[in-house]
Design a protein around this ligand. Structure first.
Ligand SMILES: Nc1ncnc2c1ncn2[C@@H]1O[C@H](COP(=O)(O)OP(=O)(O)OP(=O)(O)O)[C@@H](O)[C@H]1O
Ligand SMILES: [Mg+2]
Length: 459
């Protein structure tokens, strides 16, 4: 923890020394001032974490000091020391805007505690201010949201290159937003009225990828009853988004390279090439340089694709983006209801590691919205993670069932029970989590109740 700085203000030097040594023993860095003027001079020079001042002093009083410090250093809490029994001055102190007061004579522990509280309050206020500031300074471009300088730079880059035809290679960990960036690039550029065609290179079997991309002519292979336009042709005038390019089979990498060089595709089994005007945006979570080293990715293709490199940093390296993203995800998943996150929730989110980046954050928010009835989600609402949610009786049944062979239906029923338990029997929420509609869930519950007449239905 950084050293905390404290200014002690009292005209009584013995009292100043006493307080100074008390706090120095606890690791504070303490400065002293014998009058309000002296105190203000020091406050002007630097910002203390807290000010502890006597009220009654010759000249200006501690009450005056509170007002002046608030003007000068609005974030610095001032704690006043009032004489025992003088309720009036205590009231006056609080009215003037003192953070707290202590009555003299005091127990050392009581003073320390009061100051600790003032500092905690300040740290919290500072943190909340920072988080809200990030929200206020959020910028967006299409669906892309960001407040960090990394995201601002990214927005500027997108705006600069959206209108060009140069290939773009987007890299970043899983869930960092590679696909949203690709879409934003397409929809901010002059090709926005032409198609944006995404292809996931891992989702298409190797044998089919070539004909998917370049098309095929009739009879090109068994089953090719008719000729078919490939995705390149479908993206004519627009953008082809080659997702997970790092997983493209080497044979196809060579063919893709040729297409990029010649700007024409040759359908499988075809004799003629077809010119195409397509912008390529590729993305991968893999380290392509490493893939080049171990021979699984073609270096020449890499240079063709990497004309404009866009590297999205992991979310943990741009914590300023967490609050604005979280807010946007709340809006995205609240079905038009006015829901929000509390300060405590924002603070909890700000410190989580987010190994799964924005996608993990989005899932956490979506889950919390589904599990909680609160309009303003608190930190506790966010803690309902599936790992620690399974503590109820159904979880026990599930555990016991682990050693047995269950039918799919039995397993489904158990899982439905568990989700219902977690939502406190709220069928609307449960249906949302299960991804089925409410009526289906009701029918299920009825069927279950019929087959288990003894079991009560949780309404
Ligand atoms: N900056 C952002 N602004 C708004 N939404 C974002 C942002 N970054 C990510 N998201 C959202 O997070 C989710 C994951 O983003 P996306 O699918 O683009 O990630 P990805 O990098 O393609 O992940 P993967 O490597 O796993 O495919 C999406 O719902 C997306 O809308
Ligand atoms: Mg993706």
């Amino acid at each position: 923890m950084p050293v905390r700085t404290l200014l002690v203000v009292d005209d009584d030097s013995a009292m100043r020394e006493l307080l100074a040594s008390l706090f120095e023993d606890r690791g504070y860095a303490v400065e002293q001032a014998a009058s309000v003027d002296e105190a203000l001079e020091q406050c002007r020079e630097r910002e203390f974490d807290a000010v502890l001042s006597d009220i009654k002093m010759p000249g200006a009083s501690g009450i005056d000091l509170v007002g002046r410090v608030r003007e000068l250093r609005p974030a610095t809490p001032v704690v006043l020391m009032t004489a025992f029994g003088s309720i009036d001055s205590a009231v006056e102190a609080m009215r003037a805007g003192a953070h707290d007061y202590i009555t003299k004579p005091f127990e050392p522990d009581a003073v320390l505690l009061t100051l600790e509280r003032a500092l905690q309050h300040r740290a919290l206020a500072e943190e909340n201010r920072r988080l809200r500031h990030a929200v206020d300074h959020t910028t967006r471009l299409g669906d892309l949201i960001g407040a960090s300088s990394a995201m601002r730079d990214l927005f500027a880059l997108i705006e600069r290159v959206a209108h060009t035809r140069s290939s773009v290679l987007i890299t970043g960990e899983s869930g960092t937003g590679k696909e949203v960036v690709a879409r934003t690039l397409h929809f901010s550029g002059s090709r926005r009225d032409a198609p944006f065609v995404p292809v996931n290179c891992t989702a298409i079997p190797e044998g089919l990828l070539e004909s998917e991309l370049f098309g095929h002519v009739r009879g090109a292979f068994t089953g090719a009853h008719a000729s078919r336009r490939g995705l390149f042709e479908q993206a004519e005038g627009g953008t082809l988004f080659l997702d997970e390019i790092g997983d493209m089979p080497p044979a196809l990498q060579s063919k893709l390279l040729r297409v990029l060089q010649d700007r024409e595709v040759r359908p499988v089994g075809g004799a003629q090439s077809i010119p195409v005007d397509v912008r390529i945006i590729a993305a991968t979570h893999r380290d392509l340089r490493k893939a080049i080293e171990d021979g699984s990715f073609r270096e020449d293709l890499y240079y063709r694709l990497n004309v404009i490199p866009i590297a999205i940093p992991p979310l943990r390296e741009r914590p300023e983006d967490i609050a604005p993203l979280a807010r946007a995800f709340v809006a995205r998943h609240s079905d038009g209801e006015q829901r929000d996150l509390s300060d405590s929730a924002l603070r909890r989110l700000a410190t989580a590691p987010w190994k799964g980046n924005a996608r993990e954050l989005e899932n956490a928010i979506e889950r919390a919205l589904a599990f909680s009835d609160a309009t303003i989600l608190s930190a506790e609402d966010l803690e309902l993670e599936p790992e620690n949610a399974g503590a109820g009786p159904t979880a026990d049944r599930l555990r016991r069932a682990a050693g047995q062979r269950l039918s799919l239906r039995e397993l489904e029923d158990l899982y439905i029970d568990q989700v219902l338990e977690e939502t406190g029997g709220n069928k609307v929420q449960a249906a949302k989590i299960l991804g089925i509609d409410r009526k289906t869930l009701y029918r299920r519950a009825e069927r279950q109740a019929r087959s288990e007449p003894g079991k009560e239905e949780s309404a």
